[in-house]
Design a binder for this molecule. Structure first.
Ligand code: UDP
Length: 477
């Protein structure tokens, strides 16, 4: 019996793409002449709401018995979220303290199976040494794209070239293969070098090239410039880059559309083709009450049809935003302008908390997507051929916005004003622009072209299938 062990970060976005990678691996391996293979997924649960993965895990376990989940015991005593400055710092520390359980679990799996590969998320860097010390080839699964990978590989160089934090540099950074990046648009946790999460991310960036290889959720023709810079060794200090496997787009292949969520699909059935703007901001995105009102006014004034996923505003200040997610359903009457829901009843639908996004994006009625630029959302939009308006919120999303708007031309920008608020007028203008203007049309054509390329890459003879085969070959022990 052979095994591949995957170790995803605990948030839904990263977990889903790791599970999809597991499905791809099993599909690839499925041949009568091959030995039995199972994929083991290590699950760790920091004391913070990162999107309730249990129902998802249960449904995967029920449909795919060759995927085996292992819930790692929590460190004792459990961490106190209130004593952490950010979600990232908490997750890194939780994963760090869980490292001994990873070792125990790998040893226990290896009693019944030969572990061909251990594949870890960037957040799980603490486990890299566990894998290598057990002489298991240890790979990264990079859940963002190749451009972001080029950036991360280059971060140690950027860090060495200055003593200042990116947030204080006020300049453009030049990274091989990428458009110039305003220093303020660097991935959020790397902005301030005095913060703890900065050193976690720098450690991750330094360790990336030390792995046996990096699996990337992209396809060759989406980000050729970044991929060339990486393979030419321009992004790392000593010129050594491990093998890169572009196996994407790896996106959610099915969507549970239980209860109220399915209602929005029924509503879409009654809308004209390509007429609806879909607004959704990932598994964690939230807005202040003031910002929700601006969005509502802008949408109403735009006259466009819309499907909008709304969450309750964060309970604490911005820096604690992700640690203070509310489980509560949003109270739409108090959050949105008076009678907004009545007035827009004919044209719009507001969904509380969650929509089955992959199904929504692939619905004929959807004509554009206002997105927080999380990489899964970006790939899902490309696979559905839906043009985007880029409204980044956290993580590496500001960087993704630059990439999508300036280099790939797959999105129009949503721009915030000085104080960080996006005005109703900006929402109205951009939503109209993506749906009705020449610029919107050319973004649509560009996305449709990329969709074709994505389909070609994941077809039987495509580059992503070949990359997966190469990974499996390299993981033979
Ligand atoms: N998602 C969804 N419905 C929602 C919000 C998010 O299905 O209402 C899914 C989305 O399809 C994607 C994932 O959650 O697969 C979010 O991942 P992404 O990388 O876009 O953003 P993150 O949540 O990691 O910031």
């Amino acid at each position: 019996m052979e095994a591949i062990v995957l170790y995803p970060a605990p948030n839904m976005g990263h977990l889903i793409s790791m599970v999809e990678l597991a499905q791809l691996i099993l599909l690839h391996h499925h041949h009568p002449s091959n030995s039995l293979l199972s994929v083991h997924i290590l699950i760790t649960s920091p004391p913070i709401d990162l999107g309730s993965p249990s129902p998802y895990i249960a449904s995967v376990s029920a449909t795919t018995p060759s995927i085996i989940f292992h819930h790692l015991p929590d460190p004792s005593p459990p961490l106190q979220p209130a004593s952490f400055p950010s979600m990232e710092a908490l997750v890194f520390e939780h994963i760090n303290l869980t490292t001994p359980q990873v070792q125990t679990t790998l040893l226990s799996i290896s009693l019944s199976s030969s572990i061909r590969a251990f594949v870890i998320d960037g957040f799980c860097t603490a486990a890299l040494e566990v894998g290598t010390s057990l002489q298991i080839p240890t790979y990264y699964f990079f859940t963002s794209g190749a451009s972001c990978l080029a950036l991360f590989l280059y971060i140690p160089t950027l860090h060495k070239n200055t003593t200042k934090s990116f947030k204080d540099l006020n300049t453009h950074l030049h990274v091989p293969g990428l458009p110039p990046i305003p220093s303020s648009h660097m991935p959020e946790p790397t902005l301030d070098r005095t913060k703890e999460q900065h050193s976690w991310f720098l450690n991750f960036a330094t360790r990336l090239p030390k792995s046996a290889g990096i699996i990337v959720n992209t396809f060759n023709s989406l980000e050729p410039n970044a991929l060339k810079a990486i393979s030419d060794g321009l992004c790392v200090q000593d010129g050594h880059t491990p093998p890169i496997f572009c196996v994407g787009p790896v996106i959610k292949s099915s969507d549970q559309s239980a209860g109220g969520q399915a209602e929005c699909l029924k509503w879409l059935d009654s809308q004209p083709r390509g007429s609806v703007v879909y607004l959704c901001f990932g598994s964690l995105g939230t807005f202040s009450k003031e910002q929700l009102k601006e969005i509502a006014v802008g949408l109403e004034k735009s006259g466009q049809r819309f499907l909008w996923v709304v969450r309750s505003p964060p309970m604490k200040e911005q820096s604690q935003q992700l640690l203070s997610q509310s489980e509560e359903d949003p109270d739409l009457d108090s959050l949105l302008p008076e009678s907004f829901l009545d007035r827009t009843r004919e044209k719009g639908l507001v969904v509380k908390k969650w929509a089955p996004q992959v199904l929504v994006l692939s619905h004929d009625a959807v004509g554009s997507f206002v997105t927080h630029c999380g990489w899964n959302s970006v790939l899902e939009a490309i696979c559905a051929g839906v043009p985007m308006v880029a409204w980044p919120l956290y993580a590496e999303q500001r960087f993704n916005k630059i990439l999508l708007v300036e280099q790939l031309k797959l999105a129009l920008p949503m721009n915030e004003s000085e104080g960080g608020l996006v005005s109703a007028a900006e929402v109205e203008r951009r939503v109209r622009e993506i749906m009705e203007s020449e610029e919107g049309n050319s973004v649509r054509e560009q996305v449709l072209a990329k969709r074709q390329e994505a389909m070609a890459a994941t077809s039987e003879q495509g580059s992503s299938r070949a990359a997966l085969a190469k990974f499996m070959e390299s993981a033979k022990r």
